[in-house]
Design a protein around this ligand. Structure first.
Ligand code: G6P
Ligand code: MG
Length: 222
């Protein structure tokens, strides 16, 4: 295992609730639409514009807005989201993650970030974790989002490695699908059934550690 590619939201810090709150506010204000709670997990790993398209489809509003209006609505959601995450600090790092990053660094494992979020660099900065990462993939440069493999292929390439030399960490099923499609070993955090495609699933980030990643990598590579 020469590299680890991290998802951000739900792996390093828990921002899913802020995304959901921002989308809920926008949907209520602009479309008089109440989003069901399931949307919180359904939008994990899904890009900003695609999330909006799913919300519009749910409200039977697909095609009702011009691309410029869609972009404006997405910007508005982002304004709500950025306001909500402005107060993030080191205290918002999920359990086990700081230790894991420090141990991986000490073992000279290359670290890259494979997040669909355009806010990722700002969030890492607020958490005080920016300097751990050797590369951060820019999601706006990718052809296809998760579950397509592009972001994890890029995450390996950006640190000079092949996907087969890396472990990918994810909490979303679209993300696990992307890791596997890229040819990486997948370690997932969350529900065993929902994330069954992963090579290893743990229920909390507190269960993650350097040895677990190495063991998962070795077992998966046979
Ligand atoms: C992550 C989150 C998604 C979010 C996406 C884009 O993948 O899990 O819920 O839509 O990033 O985030 P952004 O900050 O660019 O709107
Ligand atoms: Mg995630």
């Amino acid at each position: 295992m020469k590299g680890v590619a991290f998802d951000l939201d739900g792996v390093i810090t828990d921002t899913a609730k802020f995304h959901f709150e921002a989308w809920s506010k926008l949907a209520l204000e602009k479309f008089d639409l109440e989003l069901p709670a399931e949307f919180e997990s359904q939008l994990k790993g899904i890009s900003r514009i695609e999330s909006l398209e799913r919300i519009l489809a749910f409200g039977k509003l697909s095609g009702k807005y011009t691309p410029a209006q869609v972009a404006e609505l997405a910007d508005e959601k982002n304004t709500y989201y950025v306001a909500a995450i402005s107060k993030l600090t080191q205290a918002d790092i999920l359990p086990g993650i700081s230790q894991l990053l420090a141990d991986l660094k000490a073992q000279q494992v290359k670290l890259s970030l494979a997040s669909a979020s355009k806010n990722a660099p700002m969030i890492l900065e607020k958490l005080g974790l920016l300097t751990y990462f050797d590369a951060i993939v820019d999601p706006s440069k990718l052809k296809a989002g998760k579950p397509a493999p592009d972001i994890f292929i890029e995450a390996a390439k950006a640190v000079g490695l092949a996907p087969s030399e890396c472990v990918g960490l994810e909490d979303a099923s679209a993300g696990v699908a992307a890791i596997k499609a890229a040819g990486m070993v997948a370690v997932a955090i969350g529900d065993k059934e929902e994330l069954a495609q992963a090579d290893t699933v743990v229920s909390s980030t507190a269960d993650l550690n350097y040895d677990l990643l190495v063991t998962s990598y070795q077992q998966a590579q046979g």
